[in-house]
Design a protein around this ligand. Sequence first.
Ligand code: PEP
Ligand code: MN
Length: 360
Amino acid sequence: MTTAPLLPAAARPHAHHAVRIGDVLFGGGAVPVIAGPCAVEPTYPEQVGAIAAAGASVLRGCVHKPRTRPDSFQGLGAEGYPLLDAARAATGLPVLSEPLEVGDVERLGPHCDAFLIGARSMQNTPLLREVGRALHPVILKRGLAATYDEWLGAAEYVLAGGNDQLILCERGIRTFETATRNTLDVAAIPVLRERTGLPVIVDPSHAAGQRAWVAPLAMAAIAAGADGLIVECHPDPAASWSDAAQAISPEQLRAIVDAVEFLSAATRSAELGSLSDCREGIDQVDAAIARLLERRAGLVAAAQSHKGERPRRDGEREARIARRVAARAPRLGPAGAEVVMQAIIESCLAAAGEMEAAHR
Ligand code: PEP
Ligand code: MN
């Protein structure tokens, strides 16, 4: 097994190099979610409102579709370009789109903010060279049955053209399993992040093939260190013109975005960057703490209902809680832990008391 970097030194970007799509940073502190329908449909400019409101950071806007069969919907093609402009104007979000052939790169460029190279195009070397010369960032999907080595060979074509704004995307590979559309290779995330320093994102939709399995695969990806997600989302999933079975609703997207925010805040190590990076990190941690506080308040209320009438305080237990917190948060120290936990304990008990009062 080789552990050496697969990209030659000349082609390798700097260690943990971040890539920006519009104002959205991949490989920085936050973990953005790209979302949109599989294919742009005529009502796309109306559809994206709900998708943006559900927390998407970048919109999927694919008008040229690589389909397995010629009688499947092939995308709106150039007729869809004004819809991309309208979606961008309506939401203010950057748009990602897939060129299928070399000429699409120049034609699509003014209507999108980043190029997606689909799994079927991963070894289309003229197309790779063309996006390598372009100024837009590129998301390079792994081929349907490509090894890491082959995938990184494709990455080298883009980098060799001078475009180092490159993100890799694991979207599941062909295995003997047929229950899922593809098998998500979670290991690709740590391995390729380590070997290339490039951001690695995950497409759980094309791995799952079924909407119910998109969220669990997305969570696995974040836990494994993914720098972002790309998911198929449609305001009326079952009516999607393409890939309806795996499309999620905006409500399901919101749940994924919230869970990504929580999981990434809980598992990423603190980045000590600029003041604004620090503040962004603080906001993410506060959002995670808020979610845990909400859960704690619910548990306290449930515990109170077991104890009966009046909330009884247990000083011994409260001291134990403060000591446990102090051990895990040495920066706070025992005094800080005590102050914080007293405030939390009292607020939760007060909330439980109010809930009980409301039920009487
Ligand atoms: C897509 O993302 O639109 C797509 C066709 O997926 P893949 O290239 O991964 O099959
Ligand atoms: Mn699709």
